[in-house]
Design a binder for this molecule. Sequence first.
Ligand code: UD1
Length: 372
Amino acid sequence: MKVINVVAARPNFMKVAPVAAEMRKHPEIEQRLVHTGQHYSAGLSGDFLRHLGLPEPDINLEVGSASHAVQTAEVMKRFEPVLTQEKPDLVLVVGDVNSTLAAAVTAVKLHVPVAHVEAGLRSFDRTMPEEINRLLTDQISDFLFTTEPSAERNLRAEGIPSERIHFVGNTMIDTLLAQRAVLDVDATLARYKVERHAYALLTLHRPSNVDTPEALGEVLDALAALDEAVRKTDVGGTFRMLFPIHPRTEKNLEAFGLTARAEGIAGLVLLPPLAYGDFLGLMSAAGVVLTDSGGIQEETTVLGVPCLTLRENTERPITLQQGTNVLVGRDVPRIVEHGLAALTGDRPTPRRPDLWDGRAAERIVDILLLRT
Ligand code: UD1
C-alpha cells in the first residue's frame, strides 16, 4: 500500500508524526511525506519536523501564504501532478487547515481514497475558515478517524455512513504522551525564568481575535486587567504571562499600532514561536493557559492545566465536559475571574478522555491495513 501523508501547518506535525512512525513498522506500507509549504518559517515548520522525528518531506509544494482562495488553489494545482506521478493508494490528511481541504479534494477527483484524521469536529460557526475546511473534507473522505464521541454524532447528522467513521482517539495526544516522558520541565522553567504554577501561557492567532484592532484591543484589555488583578494576590510579585506570538498576531499588533500597548502590560513577555518541547514544558507547569487554539484545549485537558479559551464556541466539547476548558470569549470580568481562580485555587485533575491513551495511530494504521 502506498500512502501519501500530507502536512502543511504547525498543528499538523504532531498529528501526523505518530501515524508516520506507526506506518514505518509495517514493511507493506510505502509512505511519502508531502509538505504543502503553507507554513514555512523555521519556528512554525522545520523545527517541528525535526523535533517530532518526522523525516524531511519527500516533496514540498512551497505554496506559502496567500488569501484563502489562492492558497487552496495553489495546493490543488501543485498536488495534482504529484498524485499523477506517485499513484498512491491513499492520501492521509489531518486537522482543518486550508491544505487539508485542498489535498483531499485533489485526491478524490483523481479517485484516490482519502483518510481524514480528526474528522467530525464542529464549532457550528461557519465564519471560521476551519469549519468550512472540516465540513467539506469530511464529506469527501473515505476514512473518518474521530477523536471524541461528538464527532460521530456530527458526521451521522450530516449523512455520512457509519462504516466510514472510526473512533480511534487522538494522535496529537499520542505525541504529547510520548514527548512528555522525555521532558525536563524544571530546566525549561529556569530558562524562561518562571515558577511552577505561578505564570500564564498565552497563544492567540484566530482571525476573529487578531484581525481587527477592536478585537485585538479587547484581548489586550483583558490581559492588562488579569495582570493587574493577579498582582494583588500572593502569586503577584513574580507573575508573568508568556506570549509566544504567532506571526499573524505580531503583524497585526504592529499594523494596528498596538505593540506599545502590549509592551505596557507589566507581566506580558513577548516571545518568538516556541519549539514543541519548550511549549509542552511550559504548558504542563503553567498556572493557567489562555488560548484560541483548538489543539491546546485538548492538551491542557490531558495535562490537568486550567485552560481559558478566548472564543465563543469550541469544536472540541469533550474538553468542556471532561477537561479543564472554559469558554471566556473576550469578556474581561470572566477572564479575570477564571484566571484568578486558576492561579490561586486547587489544581484540576488531569483527565484522559476515552481512547486518548497514546495508541490512536496504531488503531488508524490497523484499520487502514484491514480495509485497503
Ligand atoms: C493557519 C490555519 C489555522 C491554524 C494555524 C496554526 C487555515 C485557514 N488556517 O492559520 O487553522 O490554526 O495555521 O498556526 O488554514 N506566516 C509566517 N510564516 C509561516 C506562515 C505564515 O510568517 O510559516 C505569516 C504570514 O504573514 C501569513 C500569516 O502568518 O500571512 C498567516 O498564516 P496562514 O497560514 O495564512 O494562517 P495562520 O493564521 O497561520
